[in-house]
Design a protein around this ligand. Structure first.
Ligand code: GDP
Length: 297
């Protein structure tokens, strides 16, 4: 969180400076909206926030900068919504392992996230298995195997580059059930050149896995540094498969953490985890209050 706070402190300083203006007139409100936009909060939420603040300033009869900042904090929290269920669906039922599908465009940090999450789960004494259904890049399976190996978790993979991702996913699920592990995590390929192809592939992966065991979580991984472009990708995935949670990676590398607000506002799906670096421990549960504080402090 400290790293997040530092990278985002520009927004807080900018806002406080604006709120401290002698008189908060329309120009200042416009600049506040611009500042929110620049932090990647998205146009609809930025506009809505400014309108909410304007109304509250009028109704509450104060434009004291500290007070307005508190209002902003409250309004941001309404969008980020701390009451959303952010628990990961990791557990199956009886003999069925829980299955976590990890989806997203290439390079956003899927494999890394699976590796980090595996580490957390092992530390919590859970048993698991990894499935390398990203068969388009041979290196992806190697990378996954390396992450798993570090914490003593096996990876089911195909030696054949370009193998059918659904068949690897199916075999992983069958093996996970046979071994009686708590959870199977499936890393998928994210080639986004055509939506129909992606839909076919992810849909098939999900269907075949569900013949064996219930899919308990579909995590969409989004790279925070890609800003509004990441938003567009997120929408495509959300149309293709029912997303149950979002992992926002590379928040350490951006001063634009506001993308969290934009994504949740747009998709109505909670951000559950955040990636804060490349190291094995750089994954954290998303903390709405801490996030909003870091964003505007
Ligand atoms: P995939 O193609 O979606 O599986 O992406 P990878 O897991 O291979 O990650 C792509 C690159 O992003 C790698 O160099 C990772 O080390 C890096 N990466 C992943 N998550 C994070 C993060 O939270 N912060 C930073 N700074 N880098 C990350």
């Amino acid at each position: 969180r400290a790293r997040l706070a530092r990278s985002n402190s520009m927004l807080g300083k900018g806002l406080l400076a604006l709120l401290s203006s002698e008189k908060i007139d329309q120009d200042v409100w416009d600049e506040i909206e611009e500042t929110l936009l620049m932090a990647d909060l998205g146009s609809e939420p930025s506009q809505r926030l400014v309108e909410a603040l304007q109304t509250r300033v009028r109704v509450e009869g104060t434009d004291d900068p500290v007070r307005v900042k508190t209002m902003l904090r409250e309004e941001l929290l309404k969008i980020v919504d701390p009451t959303m269920d952010r628990e990961l669906g990791l557990d199956g039922e009886g003999e069925n392992p829980g299955v976590v599908l990890v989806v997203g465009v290439n390079g956003v940090g899927k494999t890394t996230t699976v590796g980090k999450l595996a580490r957390v789960m092992v530390a919590e004494d859970k048993t698991l298995l990894l499935g390398a259904a990203d068969t388009f890049r041979a290196a992806a399976a190697d990378q996954l195997e390396t992450w798993g190996g570090r914490v003593g978790v096996d990876t089911i993979r195909s030696e054949q580059e370009g193998a059918d991702p659904a068949s690897v996913a199916y075999e992983s699920a069958a093996e996970a059930k046979k071994r009686g592990v708590d959870t199977l995590m499936v890393d998928t390929a994210g080639r986004l050149q055509n939506k129909a192809g992606l839909m076919d592939q992810l849909g098939k992966v999900k269907r075949v896995v569900e013949k064996v065991s219930p899919v308990t979580e579909v995590l969409l991984v989004i790279d925070a540094t890609t800003g509004q472009n990441g938003m567009v990708q997120a929408k495509v995935f959300a149309e293709v498969v029912d997303i149950t949670g979002i992992v926002l990676t590379k928040l350490d590398g951006t001063a634009k953490g506001g993308i969290v607000v934009a994504i949740q506002n747009e998709l109505g799906v909670p951000v559950k985890l955040v990636g804060l670096g490349e190291g094995p421990d750089d994954l954290a549960p998303f903390d709405p209050e801490g996030f909003v504080d870091a964003l505007i402090d």
